[in-house]
Design a protein around this ligand. Sequence first.
Ligand code: ADP
Length: 754
Amino acid sequence: MGARRILREKQAGEDDAPRVLPHSPSGSGGPSRGALLGRMSRELAACTQLSDVFRCLGQWAMPALGDWCDLDVLRDGMLQRAAAFRAPHGAIHGPSGGPPSRLAQRVALMGRAELLRGPDEQVAVALSSEAGDLSRLQGIGLLDCLAVPLLLGGQLVGVLSFATREPALRLDEDTLSLAEDLSGCVAFALETDRLRQALERSHHAELRAETLERELQCQAADFKTLLDVIPVGIAITHDRDCRHIRQNPWFARMHEVPLDANISLSVPEGERQPIRYLDTHGHALRPEELPMQRAAATGEAVLDVELDLEAQGQRRGTIVVSAVPLLDEGHHSRGCIATILDVTARKRAMEAQRFLAESSAVLSSSLDPEQTSRTMARLCVPALASLAVFYGRRSDGTLGVLSVAHEDDSLQPIAAEVSRHFPIPEGHPLREAMMTGRPRLIPVLADEPSWFKSRDEGLHRLRQRLAVRSVMLIPLTTAHGVVGVLALGTHARTYSEDDFTFAKEYAAHATYAMENARLYREAREAVALRDEFLGIAGHELRTPLTALQLGLQRLARQSATAGDAAELSKWVATCQRQGSRLSRLVGDLLDVGRITSGRLPMVVEEMDLSALVEEVAARMGPELEKVGCGLVLKLESPLTGSWDRSRLDQVLTNLVSNAMKYGQGRPIEVSTEATAEGVRVCVRDEGIGISSGDLSRIFERFERAVPERHYGGLGLGLWISKQIVTWLGGHIRVESEQGRGSCFTVELPRRVEG
Ligand code: ADP
């Protein structure tokens, strides 16, 4: 085909801008084909993006190559529309440019350029796509079309198509050649764009990989921190047989193993860590029975298994284990992960509450203090202690063992023996607890050397058999002070602060029960005492009353017969004596009420004590004479001070009356003297005396140390005397020996303080 010139005719309304004449060899109407190509290839070579390529095509190839241009590119083996140019609308990028035309598909397939000259139906068909846009294209009036494959190194990278509707821009073989010439440049520009995009993608991928890596590192660090601080034991294994298990720090601490130790029990016995897991019956689980092993072997979760943990031969507490399998893509087990919760404290608190509730019920079921003290010690074992001893005041006031319990029945007698001989010297923690009422925790008994001071070898050996390791001393304190100390010892562990708190709580419950029992006993004793007292009082009041009545009858008879004056005065004296005895008895009864209600009136005045003694002696002279008691007075005179005269009179009268009553008719001596602190009065007799066991109680209310059949009395005189002397700031004491007489001593300050 020879060179042809394609001219465009000037249309009305068009501007005068020169049209591109691609075939003009001489430049008579525009740049030559070579110049055009040169220009375009330079521009295209500089294009790095598809949009630049197309802009370049639109600018330079139009209208020389038609007024319609499609650029289709091969992506992932598929030809796709990348951009389109439609005069007069301009460039349309991307898929909105429509799917590749049948012509482009064919050219891509054949790898050969094609030119179709119209106008005829074939052009519209060739430019239409499978998408069914033929009818639209038919109406456009397309004249010619051509398409060239875009090849790079023999490889198809796309298809460039042109079409025209302008009769002045008909396409021919020249334009086809021009398009073919251009195709290399466009293919190159497309490849540049593809490479740029690939580069960008790989750069993005790199950046993204870096970001992901950083995120992964952060997450790993977060996760590690979580594992380090979480107060839950976590263990993981990546083999079905659990031959190697790794753990977090909490787990390692709980099990007392190094963090890097393999804590699997599925390894040969010699390689195992000193750990055992016990079920609720105390049986050690075999490795294959353990939750992790079961979960890893079966691929099923094993949840909330409660076990007791033993590490280094010591019971460490109660744990709850949950193990879940780790599964591979085929849902087969490839290991497992387990969580271990320490529920020791929770369990202990629950058991403690239950124990307290149950023990309170048991303790309050008895109203006998001795029984309650035995129950209190017994209940402590084994829940709180292996050995429980309750020390308290015995009935004789000395400190000693009131009850003992040992968890091992066979050791119970040894425990009782040791406790009975347990020395409690001054400064001993037990004595201190008793004196101060302060509870004491001795976590390690070996640190308390005073506890072991014992000269008795045999006793020492017995104590070693009990092997008490840790001790708690809990005083039982009531409103009246410390009533005893509960000593709890264990050989199995070291008592903690929690144990200590719990023991104190238990002791509070026990104190309450013991106090109840004591009050109940006191109340019963008080009732018995009252009944006894009423019997004595009735008897006592009847004796002088009978004598008084008898005296009055005689008096009446004497006065009727106007008999012997001496006989009359004798009976008057008897009546007076019995009358005053009655009035003393009634006075004592009234004083009891006054003293207990704190309403004993006192009138303090300046007086001479020796003079008062002489007065009392003179008043009691006839009575003394009657029983044949001689009274010797050894008085330091005067002996003045500020006291209540009538109350001191009461005290002296009472002491002399007693000396007379219990003096077996032997002489009585009353002496007074001044002392550094005040004054002293002693009333001494040589009568029946008082046994040492009774000495401390005769100053108590209603207490008597003589059979009531032989000696009358209410058992109130000494108690009232003691209250009066105490009120005056002094004290009263007795020295006596049975059968050897008694000496009652009253010491008083010169005046009442405050
Ligand atoms: P009462 O004499 O009415 O029994 P007291 O309170 O005066 O009551 O005395 C209490 C007890 O002390 C007496 O019952 C007696 O056993 C003993 N007692 C008191 N004084 C003497 C004494 N001088 N000698 C021996 N026993 C005494």
